[in-house]
Design a protein around this ligand. Structure first.
Ligand code: GUN
Ligand code: FE
Length: 495
């Protein structure tokens, strides 16, 4: 087609669509047509009638378009090639755009020394808006190229830089929750990078909410998110203010919880005189989840990153509040926080999504997070509970529809369903049926080689365990093309 696929035209996609309507439930929709209107909403998901599979283009032209009242010259049609399939865009439920320059740089550190040594100095340096623009643009471009259509971002303490991140997400067309980091407690916030006071932290959060709401008033792509960094960096005063702010606008909340043992001990020490002992805790102290709950921060809109060492009582509290967990297996392994028990959380009725947690996690890829969620679950299983293992289908659910629930977008993204938004990626695997290679029109530049005899289940497993951004051919958010690998490959070096 000669239409610009980035423009707001009606679009029709034809081929194989794969998605996960439930945990451990995967659907393969073959020879299927999806029609998307110019505002990015899916209007039709329909298998081609028997007898028309040889000529999908003709059926689309003569049956589908007249039915929708669309004229062929105003419709862009994408027919996927053998070995390709459409998959919902990935939801990264937890990452720090501000830490992107540090991916891979963590040495042998653990959480608290990692924050002091690598993280706070980098985040503080993004007060320089030229630097922030460079870091944020490249983070957005990189995550889009890995198929991340929705990202729950932490920016920094700095208001203009946080607002800039929101501007850049909108410009690049990435769906995002954007949070300005609150940290006012001298106990665990350095002098060079801290809120001056609880009142200032609240005012700065309000300023970012106002900006994000003004640039995307209908929340088409962006949402502000209240972001207390984590309990050790926040005073009770700030946590209380943010809890009340949540009630004002029902804004989502994101923070970290129970990532590392020293962190948990610090939380108990810092809050034992402010927060009553939590029910069900044997040490007579407040629990980490109990601290957040005390200040009104455990809500159905709350995204809790990690939750590696939660107690039984904390899991029950989180479930009863409807709060969600972002599982970050790459980060938990890299900075040796521990192996989160995801089956245990799911069995307790807590909703879970996946997070890269860049740069605690070293990879911007949610596919990598899915692969590592699988491996970490196997480590938990090796501890004696075989049922802990997560299947390919389960980690893909967490990466898409599960993550959509975690960020409050379950009715909008994560599945191919009429009424939902076209947030999708076109995945290409290697040579199929002996075809492919130079001159055939099939792109061989992929990291997953399939032979043609694999079942679709096996192809998807190969993608999960061997795939990377070379397989992510095109990416759309809200119906708009936001990444095209063939264009980027010749696009030169980014600034
Ligand atoms: N806890 C508080 N801040 C952070 C952070 O930036 N990354 C991670 N992984 N944990 C945190
Ligand atoms: Fe984090």
């Amino acid at each position: 087609t000669s239409l610009d696929m980035a423009a707001p035209f009606n679009k029709v996609f034809y081929g194989t669509f794969i998605h996960t309507p439930g945990l451990d439930e995967i659907e393969y929709l073959h020879d299927t047509v999806v029609a998307v209107n110019a505002s990015g909403t899916i209007l039709v998901v329909e298998a081609l009638p028997e007898g028309h599979k040889q000529d999908a283009a003709a059926w689309i032209r003569t049956v589908l378009l007249p039915r929708l009242g669309w004229t062929p010259d105003a419709v862009a049609v994408t027919l996927c090639e053998p070995g390709q399939f459409f998959f919902p865009g990935f939801i990264d439920t937890h990452l720090h755009a501000s830490q992107y320059p540090n991916v891979g740089i963590f040495g042998k550190s653990t959480l608290l020394d990692w924050l002091n040594k690598y993280t706070f100095p980098l985040e503080a340096s993004l007060k320089d808006l030229t630097k922030a623009r460079r870091v944020y643009s490249r983070c957005i471009r990189k995550t889009l190229s890995h198929g991340t259509t929705t990202a729950a971002y932490y920016a920094t303490v700095d208001v203009p830089a946080t607002n800039l991140l929101a501007d850049l997400c909108l410009e690049a067309g990435q769906r995002a929750l954007v949070g300005r980091v609150c940290m006012d407690n001298h106990a665990f916030s350095p002098d060079f990078y801290r809120d001056e006071s609880p009142a200032e932290a609240e005012a700065a959060t309000r300023a970012c909410i106002a900006h994000i709401t003004s640039i995307d008033p209908s929340y088409t792509l962006l949402r502000p998110v209240i972001t207390p960094r984590f309990a050790p960096s926040c005073t009770g005063d700030v946590l209380g203010r943010l809890g009340r702010l949540h009630k004002e606008g029902n804004w989502p909340i994101q923070t970290h919880i129970s990532e590392n043992h020293s962190e948990i001990a610090l939380v108990k020490e810092l809050f034992k005189d402010q927060v009553p002992p939590s029910k069900g805790e044997s040490d007579g102290m407040p629990s980490y989840a109990g601290v957040y709950d005390h200040f009104g921060l455990l809500t159905p809109q709350t995204i809790l990153a990690h939750g590696v060492h939660l107690s039984e009582a904390e899991a029950e509290l989180i479930r009863s509040r409807g709060s969600k967990v972002s599982h970050c297996p790459c980060s938990n392994s890299a900075i040796t926080s521990g192996a989160a028990r995801i089956r245990w959380l799911l069995d307790r009725g807590i909703e879970v999504g996946l997070g890269t947690d860049m740069s605690g996690g070293y990879s911007p890829s949610v596919l990598e997070a899915a692969r590592l969620a699988s491996l970490v679950s196997r480590h938990v299983a090796m501890g004696g509970d075989d049922a802990a293992k997560l299947s390919v289908e389960e980690v893909l659910f967490l990466a898409t529809a599960g993550g959509a629930s975690v960020v409050g977008l379950a009715d909008k993204v994560g599945l191919f369903k009429v009424g939902m938004s076209w947030d999708a990626q076109l995945i290409g695997l290697g040579v199929v049926d002996g075809r492919g290679g130079v001159g055939t029109g099939l792109d061989e530049d992929t990291n997953v080689d399939v032979f043609g005899w694999e079942t679709w289940e096996e192809r998807v497993a190969k993608w999960v365990f061997n795939g990377d951004d070379r397989n992510t051919k095109q990416v759309w958010v809200n119906g708009q093309l936001v990444h095209d690998r063939s264009a980027v490959a010749t696009g030169g070096v980014p600034s």
